[in-house]
Design a protein around this ligand. Structure first.
Ligand code: 0RA
Length: 735
């Protein structure tokens, strides 16, 4: 073959290669959508990260330019620039790396590389899919430059200067003939750069977006330890300093960071050569095996677990775990649907051995935290066993006999869940009333004794030992727990919590909501959980009667009478009511209203200034004084029906008005459900034609769960106060 022929043959081969990339881009970068577009950046950056892994680079800068192009600069060794001796075309290594598929390997012998891994297709692919690309390399004392268009050189490798430094700068503009979208997303890129900085301790990545003149820096001096700390931010942790384990065997480098939190989920991120192995693989299997084995044997050796019977399952030891596992291996094999599952079988044993050794040592050296982790796993085990028992309970239908005996379920005759309702009622007497009041065709009633109130100090799994909760689980018939709940089996599509409108009622409701949130979330998601709205007031006047649900409604009702029957002006009513209500609140705190009024009149500096309410009161007082209709000289005069009140005290005016408004009314304030007779309970709270129900949302229940968590282990009083302050907000539905 003469030189010219070989030139042609080689040339055609290269062009064919690039053509293939352009005709089937998805084969190389996954897609031509947003993901594929960002793959271009990853590909170049991964090459720079390889330089960092090899120990030659600690800074990568990425620029997003206004013209849609992107520049990646690193301070690595630079792509080799010498002419390649065996190349028949006499090209530079740089040109070959940028134009030939899988050429990188010709010039390197890297132990671990990201490029050539998952995204790893080589920078030539980026070149082929770019409208233009410009590369500048600093190496061997020189600065060289070369440009390309859609993968084909438009200049040769030219020396443009001299330098002492080394590094590579690649600027490229994605080809709009190839990509559906060519706009880079700062969010997508910063996500990946953040991950890369965690995975490569000390590597600094800077993202400069010239489109909006912003700049972000990513660097993690703690590496994957910082990673787990970030994942746990805002959570309560068991071990404040993450466990860090590192080891190497047969060229496989293993690095793990672990930190437990008080939550119930499990979050283990795994990486192979910086690639997120979302589908797991052999490294993850090895890690899990080591974790389960090491924690169990530590527990047995230190008398925290009895051998055999009590052994903890993998799930138990992973409850609340946050871990990052990063392995580096020379020749990764990726499998699975998205090629993110590690297949190399030798890796399992290596990871297992490294973690066994490192974790055993850490547990021995940190007995306090070791104990905490074991306790947490044991708690998970108890919850798991309770869930299993609960599932068995579901099958014992004997518990579901229709009975009016208190403490037992009174079921309904309706068998179609979509038509059936279950009232969970606080207290035996209210339970008795509800059983008499209900429409037994479709309404079931389960009374709960106040006793379960005391469970809040305990764990949720303790709650499962309560007889009533067992009956509840049996009645619902759908099992519990995230693994065994079968929401389609539930026997009632309306599960209605009916508790008193007082502190204990709020308390028991928080507890039940937490229970449903943790054990039966899908029922809440389907909208099956409700809160009944029993009235707070019953107002009677002759034969006429009305039920009111809140304090506000009651005051609105009184205002209505003042306006309609006493003919008072709305503004006056508004000011007087607000003024009087604030004084009533002060009275509850032990300040007499007339004393407060003296302070208001004297206008002196005084200690009550610290109360926000006092400032409001002062403001109201000033405003009332300007109302001509009641102010006469130094007196207030108000005509209420046929009585004239003349006094120097505004408080007295208010009190007299209240007295008159309430005259002729029979007002009953219910302290609990137990005070209502069955007819009243039916009329106000249970009758579907008249009642109001609040549907519980997942957010409501989540809030209850947070409150519950705050409440655990604290004093009873602040606990109760907290519940009252954070009364549940749920949205109105179904009237
Ligand atoms: C081939 C061989 C070597 C490094 C690189 C390519 C390289 C590629 C890129 C892409 C962006 N930045 C890069 N930095 C380096 C190894 C060079 C050697 O052995 O000296």
């Amino acid at each position: 073959m003469n030189k010219e022929d070989s030139y042609k043959a080689e040339d055609i081969k290269i062009l064919k290669g690039l053509e293939g990339v352009r005709t089937r881009p998805a084969m190389y970068i996954g897609s031509t959508g947003t993901e594929g577009l960002h793959h271009l950046v990853y590909e170049v950056v991964d090459n720079s990260v390889d330089e960092a892994l090899a120990g030659f680079c600690n800074l990568i800068e990425v620029y997003l330019h206004r013209d849609g192009s992107c520049t990646v600069v690193d301070n690595g060794r630079g792509i080799p620039i010498e002419r390649h001796p065996e190349d028949s075309l006499g090209r530079t290594a740089l040109e070959i790396v940028l134009t030939e598929l899988h050429a990188g390997g010709k010039f390197e012998s890297k132990a671990y590389k990201v490029s050539g891994g998952l995204h790893g297709v080589g920078v030539s692919v980026v070149n082929a899919l770019s409208e233009w690309l410009e590369v500048e390399v600093k190496r061997d004392g020189k600065v060289v430059r070369q440009t390309f268009s859609r993968g084909i050189p438009t200049t040769s490798t030219e020396i443009i200067g001299s330098t002492e430094q080394s590094g590579t700068k690649i600027r490229f503009k994605p080809d709009s003939e190839i990509f559906e979208t060519t706009e880079f997303s700062k969010e997508i890129l910063s996500q990946r750069f953040k991950e890369l900085s965690y995975l490569n301790k000390g590597l600094k990545i800077i993202l400069i977006d010239e489109r909006d003149s912003s700049k972000q820096e990513f660097i993690a001096h703690g590496g994957i330890v910082s990673f787990v700390e970030a994942l746990n931010r805002g959570r309560k942790v068991l071990n404040p300093k993450p466990i860090y384990i590192q080891g190497q065997k047969d060229k496989v480098i293993v690095e793990v960071a672990i930190q437990y939190n008080e939550g119930y989920s499990e979050e283990i991120l795994t990486f192979v050569n910086n690639i997120n192995t979302r589908e797991g693989g052999t490294h993850l299997v090895g890690f899990k095996a080591a974790l389960t084995r090491t924690i169990n044997s530590y527990g047995v050796d230190h008398g925290l677990l009895k051998e055999g019977k009590e052994s903890l399952s993998g799930e138990d030891v992973r409850e609340g775990i946050v871990a990052v596992l990063s392995v580096k291996i020379p020749e990764p094999q990726f499998e699975g649907q998205t090629k993110t599952k590690l297949g190399n079988s030798e890796v399992k044993g290596i990871v297992e051995a490294v973690v066994n050794e490192g974790l055993s040592r850490w547990l021995e050296e940190n007995p306090t935290y070791a104990k905490k982790i074991l306790e947490k796993a044991k708690e998970a085990q108890r919850a798991r066993e309770a869930a299993k028992k609960a599932k068995e309970l579901t099958r014992k239908k004997g518990l579901l006999e229709d009975t009016t005996l208190s403490g037992k379920l009174a079921d309904c005759t309706e068998k179609d869940p979509s038509q059936a309702e279950l009232f969970i009622v606080e207290g035996e007497s209210a339970g008795g009333s509800a059983k008499q009041a209900r429409d037994r065709r479709f309404q079931a009633v389960l009374p709960l004794r106040g006793k379960i109130l005391n469970v809040e100090k305990a764990r949720i799994d303790k709650m499962l030992t309560s007889e009533e909760i067992k009956t509840l689980i049996t009645a619902l018939g759908c099992g519990i727990g995230k693994d065994s709940l079968e929401p389609e089996e539930v026997r009632y599509h309306k599960i209605i919590l009916m508790t008193d409108a007082d502190v204990d009622g709020a308390h028991i409701r928080t507890l039940l909501l937490t229970f449903f949130y943790r054990q039966m979330l899908p029922l809440i998601e389907r909208g099956y959980l409700y809160i009944a709205q029993p009235p707070l007031y019953r107002i009677k006047r002759g034969k006429w009667e009305k039920y009111l649900q809140t304090e506000e409604e009651f005051y609105e009702f009184l205002k209505e009478i003042a306006k309609e029957e006493f003919g008072l002006r709305e503004n006056l009513i508004y000011l007087l009511f607000n003024y009087g209500k604030i004084l009533e609140e002060f009275a509850l705190k032990g300040f007499s209203p007339s004393y407060i009024e003296t302070l208001l009149v004297s206008q002196e500096e005084h200690s009550l200034r610290q109360y926000k309410d006092f400032i409001n009161l002062k403001d109201l007082y000033e405003r009332v004084k300007q109302i001509e209709e009641i102010k006469k000289d130094s007196y207030y005069i108000l005509q209420i029906k046929n009585e004239t009140v003349k006094t120097k005290s505004l408080w007295e005016i208010y009190s007299k008005l209240m007295e008159q408004l309430k005259k002729g009314l029979t007002i009953q304030r219910y302290k609990g459900l137990g005070e209502m007779n069955p007819e009243q309970l039916w009329e106000t709270t249970m009758n579907p034609e008249k009642r109001t129900l609040l549907q519980v949302t997942v957010e409501d229940a989540q809030k209850a769960d947070e409150i519950f968590t705050i409440l655990m282990g604290e004093d009873v009083e602040p606990r109760k106060e907290f519940i009252v302050k954070h009364a549940l907000e749920a949205k109105n539905l179904d009237i």
